[in-house]
Every structure is written in C-alpha cells, then in structure tokens.
Design a protein around this ligand. Structure first.
Ligand SMILES: NC(=O)C1=CN([C@@H]2O[C@H](COP(=O)(O)OP(=O)(O)OC[C@H]3O[C@@H](n4cnc5c(N)ncnc54)[C@H](O)[C@@H]3O)[C@@H](O)[C@H]2O)C=CC1
Ligand SMILES: O=C(O)CCC(=O)C(=O)O
Length: 126
C-alpha cells in the first residue's frame, strides 16, 4: 500500500545499482521501463473477474447490487470504475483521510477526475 509505478521505478533503480539492469525483478514498473500494459488496472480487474462468477452462483450480477469500497486506492478505484461501467452502484468509498457516500450512487469518473489520489482528502460527498 502507498506505492505506485514511480515507487517501483525507484526500487528497480536501487536494485540495478547493485546487480545490473534486470527489470524482471520488479512488477508494476512504468511502461517505459518495461512495465506491462494494463498493469495499473490489473488487480482491480481481477477483483471484478473473480466476483462476477461468484455473484452468478447466487443468481446476481453487478448491475443488481450496491457496493461500498473500503480503500479507494489503486485496487479499489479500478474495481469501482469497472463496477460503474457494468451498471453497478457504488454508494460509498473510503480512504484513510476521507470518505464519500451517496445512496443514489457515486459518479465514479467524476470522483476520479477530481484528482483523488486514493485518499479522498477534502471530499465529503459526491
Ligand atoms: N496494487 C496491486 O496491484 C495489488 C495490491 N494488493 C493489495 O491490495 C491492497 C490495496 O492495494 P493498493 O490499492 O495498491 O493500495 P493503495 O495504497 O493504492 O490504496 C490503499 C487504500 O487503503 C486506504 N487505507 C490505508 N490504510 C487504511 C486504514 N487503516 N483504514 C482505512 N483505509 C486505509 C488508503 O487510504 C487507500 O485508499 C493492499 O493490501 C495490497 O497489498 C495485492 C495485489 C496487487
Ligand atoms: O505486481 C505484482 O506482481 C504483485 C503486486 C502485489 O501483490 C501487491 O501489490 O501487493
């Protein structure tokens, strides 16, 4: 937690100083350092790909359900976006310094466009 592609680039840089340039040792690198396309979204996407069949076993789909996202960072914000795209309703999201709620459904693209870095600082309600 609290890391991003830049952090991974720093770790790769430090590792390379001692062991030579071996980019395969570090995942979630920036693309221009050999990172994988789609990596930023991958874990949140995995959450959705895993939960969709689980819901199906109970005769439900994402569009029928409401969601609260505890931890609106890399994984949580991508999961929220994919829920939104599938017609699901995200009614609450929280980070360590703030939270938002809207019983009618949060507009996730708008929330992300507010420059939220996963902490939801100064955002009380959307
Ligand atoms: N990013 C990835 O690709 C992967 C992440 N994970 C795991 O998924 C989890 C989330 O990772 P990321 O989204 O990358 O982290 P992140 O740092 O981007 O987001 C973490 C979120 O949790 C919130 N948070 C932190 N401490 C909290 C607390 N005490 N109470 C409430 N909220 C708190 C932060 O405010 C932030 O919104 C971590 O446990 C991580 O190890 C696992 C596999 C891959
Ligand atoms: O990038 C990876 O291969 C794994 C990342 C992971 O498990 C994490 O961020 O906690």
């Amino acid at each position: 937690m609290g890391t991003n592609a830049q952090t991974m680039a720093w770790i790769l840089d430090e590792y390379s100083k001692f062991h030579g340039h071996l980019p395969a040792v570090m995942t979630r690198k920036p693309i221009d350092l050999g990172g994988s396309l789609g990596r930023e979204a991958a874990t949140g996407r995995g959450v959705i790909y895993a939960t969709e069949p689980l819901f199906a076993e109970y005769g439900k789909s994402i569009k029928d359900l409401t969601f609260a996202i505890q931890g609106f960072g890399n994984v949580g914000s991508w999961a929220a976006m994919l829920i939104h795209e599938r017609g699901g309703k995200v009614i609450a999201a929280s980070g360590i310094t703030g939270a938002v709620k809207n019983p009618n459904g949060i507009d996730i693209p708008t929330l992300l466009n507010q420059g939220s870095n996963g902490e939801l600082e100064n955002i009380l309600m959307v």
